[in-house]
Write a protein that binds this ligand. Structure first.
Ligand code: HEC
Length: 256
């Protein structure tokens, strides 16, 4: 080192020594050069400690503000104590999609017609000689009170249907039908297979069930039906495309 001072005037411009290499070589042998910080490429120099400390303080302070205040994500800020979730305005309106009366009753009626189809056939044609047809039957297409009584109480022959006389009997197959099922099956058989009857509403069927109750039990006869029950059941008529609530079976109030 003593003679290096004499060369200080001419720093290492013309020296062939690569300083980092020389230091690296020396660092393995300890000494002052070994304790020096190693040199870095441009842009790769270590960041000053102050910057790290300041950054850490900012991050910690920011976290503390968010964590303590909780105002950014706090659920309690949005939902107060005792808050009850109200119904959405959409749910308050009827969630049920209304259906056209005729199509709805036909569909429901067809389900319950399974109680009849074993005898009267899915086609409504009956069985020649033993079971009268429902297709083209005046008992089905005609006045509804007598039809309801046949279904609810059964019928004792002889009975003339579509030009043929049947002298057997039918049990009270529809005895368990409530007004809805009764209305649906009646509507289904009155509007299927080319039949020309119209809709029987649950309201009408309820009236019919009352009449049946007052009448007392026992099978009907063609004679009795013609004499005392050849009437239409009273009640407001439903147009085929009237909208029905499929849960309550009631007409849906017209919307503006
Ligand atoms: C076990 C067989 C059987 C079942 C099930 C049955 N019926 Fe009948 N139905 C008959 C017979 C037999 C007659 C004719 C009775 C007579 O001779 O008096 C008849 C007559 C009728 C009549 C009057 C005549 C006509 O064809 O229009 C109607 C209406 C009728 N049934 C509707 C129904 C309905 C609706 C159901 C289902 C809810 C039903 N029946 C279930 C056997 C059955």
């Amino acid at each position: 080192m003593a003679d290096s001072s004499s060369r200080d005037l001419r720093p290492d411009l013309d020296e062939t020594i690569n300083v980092p290499e020389a230091h690296a070589a020396l660092s393995s042998s300890a000494g002052a050069a070994g304790r020096e910080k190693s040199l870095r490429e441009n842009g790769m120099e270590p960041v000053t400690l102050y910057l790290i400390v300041i950054s850490a303080i900012i991050v910690l302070a920011g976290g503390a503000v968010m964590g303590q205040g909780g105002a950014f994500f706090g659920y309690n800020e949005l939902v107060k104590d005792g808050y009850m979730r109200g119904k959405s305005p959409i749910a308050e309106e009827d969630p049920v999609i209304p259906l056209a009366a005729l199509a709805f009753l036909q569909k429901e009626g067809q389900k319950n017609y399974s109680a009849c189809s074993g005898c009267h056939q899915p086609s409504g044609a009956g069985q020649p000689g033993s079971i009268p047809p429902l297709a083209g039957s005046e008992w089905v297409n005609g006045n509804t009170e007598k039809l309801l009584l046949i279904m609810h109480n059964g019928v004792q022959g002889p009975i003339e249907v579509a030009g043929a006389t049947y002298s057997t009997q039918m049990e009270a197959i529809g005895a368990n039908f409530g007004p809805k099922e009764m209305a649906a099956v009646m509507t289904y058989i009155r509007t299927s297979w080319g039949n020309t009857g119209d809709i029987v509403t649950p309201e009408m069927a309820a009236v019919g069930l009352d009449i049946s109750k007052q009448r007392g039990g026992g099978k009907t006869t063609a004679e009795e039906l013609k004499k005392s029950h050849d009437k239409m059941l009273p009640g407001a008529k439903w147009a085929p495309d009237l909208l029905i609530d499929p849960e309550t079976w009631a007409p849906v109030a017209a919307e503006e």
